[in-house]
Design a binder for this molecule. Structure first.
Ligand SMILES: Nc1ncnc2c1ncn2[C@@H]1O[C@H](COP(=O)(O)OP(=O)(O)OP(=O)(O)O)[C@@H](O)[C@H]1O
Length: 613
């Protein structure tokens, strides 16, 4: 694994951005850390220098007063040397927390800027996003931490190197030269480590996926009933093995290289020791010189090693920062006009003109020239077989994607001319794959319109319309009951009643209540709103929806053709196009696909003929 390279200009940009982030997140902590780093760099050199002075003072008979002063200085410098790393570690952790909050917020803002779904469904982008989430804060923190550590090492290095060069320029230069291969190797290893992060991300995401299936509630029933435990566990372990194999290869490479370099350092140090002791024996050096020499060789090697490590870590931090940078700089996935047109209230209707769509060039066409008009103030029903593209059409209406060819027009204006957020403000929707949130019942309805969050009256009215008010009011804590058994809130840890699990149909009604909160919007989209409801509830719901839809623009999708028969118009989607269009009785009379499906379903309800669908 050779690893990615970072062009100098890009590295410089990342450095500025990462340092800027750190400064904005923790200005006081960063200043304090800089001061501490300088002190921490000076302390060991001071200890060595004072030790030499004390020793030489002792052998040369300096006054007890000045020796005592040197002793106090030595004690203070040594104490500082012990305390400063702990202080720095604390300041660094504080800074890391502040940076990670800021980075998380910026990543979150960047993801929210992706107004569509295209990029979120791209596995490569997901890998980057996960890597950015996990390591985004490490870039700035490590960069700053190592830069400050570098300052500390540089001060210590200059001090010790000055001493060494003064005593023996040859040994000084030898020690310095021995560090060069370490620097080169460290940079190579760092590149490989950074490449590994992205490489591992894919393994990690899949590992997490299998682990969650194994321990999570959503898949628990199927895992147990179908006996999937061993199968999923093996898949999870295979991912883990893959991940560990990659890590192990790099660790072994690192072990070989570090051992060789360690040996080289020891040989250089050994030569230095022999030389100094011989020189002292010959009277060319004092005992103090020997002591400072013995401190300086490991001091230089240690400081050089740290410096090299810090440079490497800075390099790695910059490479890691690349993931964060890519995500926060990601272009919008859908074009948003610089000056968007305001979205007017719908007067005439929404027109799909020759709409072609596929999820990506690698995917087949889903829609192949759909022409459809959704007149304002009336209900259009959309029916079709599984996979016909009904939900896809809904996603295009919400502008989660743009058509590849053709256009969707809102009172004649192409949806692409609007700000997607402004467009969505005018839409209400109940999705087929709605989201059950692990939040309270009230919050689960309020997500439909957060403005209603503090308005229990509106929430209850919506729940009443969806036929779920009584159920929610009867929960242990009424609307404040958590609709989950996975989380608890603070004091609820031991309360068995803290969270509840709703039935599928009850959840469906909660999702409907969200939709009812937005019932006053210009277009109401109902994608299979009654799936999961019992027959009585379904009948009741469709009666309510009929009343609600009256005079409003709505798009109703349902496989239960009895529920769509009274829509103002019905469009049948087949082979990526609108194959049939008209009122229920017109379509029945035409004797096409709709008539066939309706007859099949109707037969299913008659006792004398068994259902075939
Ligand atoms: N995010 C996606 N990426 C790639 N293909 C997708 C995606 N979503 C749906 N598809 C494909 O698009 C086609 C149409 O799916 P869609 O969900 O629109 O059908 P539908 O008519 O709503 O079906 P159903 O009645 O089963 O709900 C299917 O072949 C499906 O596999």
């Amino acid at each position: 694994m050779t690893g990615p390279r970072l062009a100098p200009r890009r590295a410089a940009r990342h450095t500025r951005a990462a340092l800027g982030l750190t400064w904005r997140a923790a200005p006081a902590g960063t200043t304090a850390d800089l001061l501490l780093a300088v002190l921490a760099g000076v302390a060991p050199v001071l200890v060595a220098a004072l030790t030499k002075l004390v020793l030489d003072g002792l052998t040369r008979g300096r006054s007890p007063g000045s020796l005592a002063l040197l002793g106090v200085g030595l004690a203070v410098a040594a104490a500082a040397g012990v305390l400063l790393p702990h202080l720095r570690a604390y300041v660094e952790k504080e800074r890391m927390r502040a940076v990670s909050r800021l980075v998380r917020r910026r990543l979150h803002d960047a993801v929210l800027r992706l107004v569509g779904l295209v990029r979120l469904e791209d596995p490569t982008f997901q890998d980057r996003l996960q890597a950015a989430q996990q390591t985004g804060h490490l870039g700035p923190t490590q960069l700053t931490g190592n830069a400050l550590g570098g300052v500390q090492s540089l001060i210590a290095l200059s001090g010790f190197l000055g001493v060494l060069l003064a005593l023996s320029p040859v040994i000084g230069l030898l020690v310095l030269a021995a560090a060069l291969p370490t620097l080169w190797l460290q940079l190579r290893l760092n590149r490989a480590r950074a490449a590994m992060v992205l490489h591992l991300e894919h393994f990690q995401r899949r590992d997490l996926f299998f682990a969650q299936l194994l321990v999570g509630v959503p898949a628990a029933k199927e895992v147990r009933l179908f006996g999937l435990g061993r199968f999923l566990g093996d898949r999870m372990l295979a991912e883990l093995h893959g991940m560990h194999a990659v890590e192990q290869r790099l660790d072994r490479r690192e072990l070989r290289a570090q051992s060789l370099l360690g040996l080289l350092g020891a040989v250089v140090a050994g030569v230095g020791v022999v030389y100094t002791v011989a020189a002292a024996a010959a009277g060319r050096l004092t005992p103090g010189d020997v002591v400072i020499y013995l401190a300086a060789v490991p001091g230089v090697q240690g400081a050089l090693g740290s410096l090299v490590g810090q440079l490497g870590a800075i390099h790695r931090a910059l490479l890691l920062f690349d993931h964060y940078d890519e995500v926060v700089r990601a272009e919008r996935d859908l074009p948003v006009p610089a000056v968007a047109r305001p979205v007017p209230p719908l007067r005439r209707g929404i027109e799909l003109c020759d709409v072609w769509f596929r999820y990506s060039p690698r995917h087949p066409w889903v829609l192949r020239g759909v022409d459809l008009f959704l007149p304002a103030g009336s209900t259009t029903a959309l029916v079709g077989l599984n996979g016909a593209g009904k939900s896809t059409l809904v996603k295009l209406l919400c502008r989660f994607y743009d058509p590849e060819r053709g256009a969707i027009r809102w009172d004649g204006v192409d949806l692409r001319e609007f700000d997607p957020a402004a467009l969505r403000e005018r839409l209400g929707a109940v999705f087929q794959d709605f989201m059950p949130y692990d939040l309270t019942a009230a919050e689960n309805i309020a997500v439909g319109d957060l403005a209603a969050r503090d308005d229990p009256g509106r929430l209850r009215a919506a729940a009443r319309q969806a036929g779920v008010d009584e159920t929610l009011a009867a929960l242990p804590r009424g609307y404040d009951t958590l609709l989950t058994r996975i989380f608890y809130e603070g004091p609820d840890r031991d309360d068995e009643q803290a969270g509840v699990v709703l039935s599928g149909g009850q959840w469906q009604r909660v999702a409907l209540a969200r939709g009812f909160l937005r019932a006053d919007r210009d277009l109401l989209i109902l994608d299979e709103p009654s799936s999961g409801l019992d027959a009585e509830a379904e009948h009741d719901l469709h009666t309510r929806l009929r009343d609600l839809r009256r005079g409003r623009t709505s798009l109703l999708i349902s496989h239960r053709l009895n529920a769509v028969r009274d829509a103002d118009t019905i469009a049948v989607l087949a082979d990526g196009r609108v194959a049939e269009y008209g009122r229920h009785d017109e379509l029945l009379a035409a004797g096409g696909g709709y008539a066939r499906l309706f007859t099949l379903q109707a037969r299913g309800y008659r006792e004398d003929s068994p259902a075939s669908v």
